[in-house]
Design a protein around this ligand. Structure first.
Ligand code: NAD
Length: 310
């Protein structure tokens, strides 16, 4: 049974779903977010919210007198393009911010911290499906900062005994996703088709991705509270879907009949990516249970309901 928990980045896309799920579990949830990308309306009313920057020294002053059983660390600079343009800023939030959160966890007597990492740590895959022991060839500031933070989790475990689990997500999608982040292609396609605009496919559309529904990601975080000590897990559907097939499925759901617009492939785009999730299935006793069609339908319904309520 979870008592008092902290969710960093709890106003963001995945973090806000995590907060909802923890509230449902009966946990007392505290959210820290600086709203640089997240939004106040996303935060569950039963959670306590603090507008703080995880990378600022005042975060340590704030946390030092508090007690948390468990911390879910999701706050991050999540824009891959920005990390390539400004790796310094990315590292300040993703590496120094994570170190600050880890220091805070030592002060707050935290038993376990669960870290949201990314498939971006693998870079261009050498073998598919990607297993956790695949070389870490990150090719963006974001992938590098996620990889560096993972090492600091090991370091804090060795030096301060804090337990941790690292979850490397594939492309997460679902309600509340900002259409410009990682995995944002689904949000972009849905938005554009609802507006009657043909979405752009970069390249031939045969490039593949592994899409995982946000609620499945939250279940993986919950499963990690009492499992997967000091280990790393891929959190994915394990299914590769081409961008062209994704377009067709979403077009079917939106009853959109125009063809996509094709543009030249973007430099650095990975051609194929699919993560092997067998380690998580075995050791976290977790599995992705939402099909792509179900997840897309729920995301579409959310967007349509949002439009009606505005
Ligand atoms: N969405 C994906 O497909 C995906 C894939 C792999 C990994 N992840 C990881 O999952 C986590 C959540 O991602 P998301 O998609 O929900 O992104 P998001 O951008 O919606 O959420 C990140 C949150 O962190 C907050 N934040 C940023 N800098 C902060 C700071 N200095 N102090 C406090 N809060 C700060 C933002 O305001 C935002 O609410 C991130 O760590 C991300 O790297 C996401």
């Amino acid at each position: 049974m979870l008592m008092q928990v902290l969710v960093t980045g709890g106003a963001g896309f995945i973090g806000s779903h995590m907060v909802d799920r923890l509230v449902e579990e009966g946990a007392e949830v505290v959210v820290v977010d600086n709203l640089s990308r997240g939004c106040h309306d996303n935060i569950n009313k039963k959670a306590k919210f603090y507008n703080l920057d995880i990378s600022h020294p005042s975060f340590l002053d704030w946390i030092k007198d508090l007690r948390f059983d468990c911390v879910f660390h999701l706050a991050a600079q999540t824009n891959v393009m920005n990390s390539i343009m400004d790796p310094y800023k990315d590292a300040a939030v993703n590496i120094l911010g994570s170190i600050n959160v880890l220091k805070g966890c030592v002060l707050a007597g935290v038993r376990k911290i669960i870290y949201s990492s990314s498939a971006a740590v693998y870079g261009n895959p050498c073998t598919l499906p990607i297993k956790e022991d695949h070389p870490l060839n990150a090719n963006s500031g974001y992938g590098i900062s996620k990889k560096a933070s993972e090492v600091y989790f090991e370091f804090f475990n060795q030096n301060y005994g804090i337990d941790y689990t690292i979850l490397r997500y594939a492309n997460v999608y679902g309600p509340r996703q900002c259409s410009t982040g990682e995995g944002g292609v689904i949000g972009v396609f849905l938005r554009q088709m609802l507006d009657g605009v043909p979405p752009v496919i970069f390249g031939d559309g045969l490039q593949t991705r592994d899409f995982i529904y946000v609620e499945d990601v939250c279940e993986a975080n919950l499963a990690a509270v009492n499992n997967g000590s000091c280990s790393v897990f891929n959190i994915s559907s394990g299914i590769s879907t081409s961008i062209k097939d994704l377009f067709d499925i979403i077009a079917g759901l939106c009853r959109f009949s125009l063809p996509p617009e094709y543009k030249e492939a973007r430099p650095g785009d990975i051609h194929h990516s699919v993560l092997d999730n067998s380690k998580a299935r075995e050791h976290l006793n977790w599995k992705a249970s939402t099909t792509l069609l179900e997840g897309l339908q729920r995301t579409l319904t959310y967007i349509q309901e949002q439009e009606i309520s505005v």
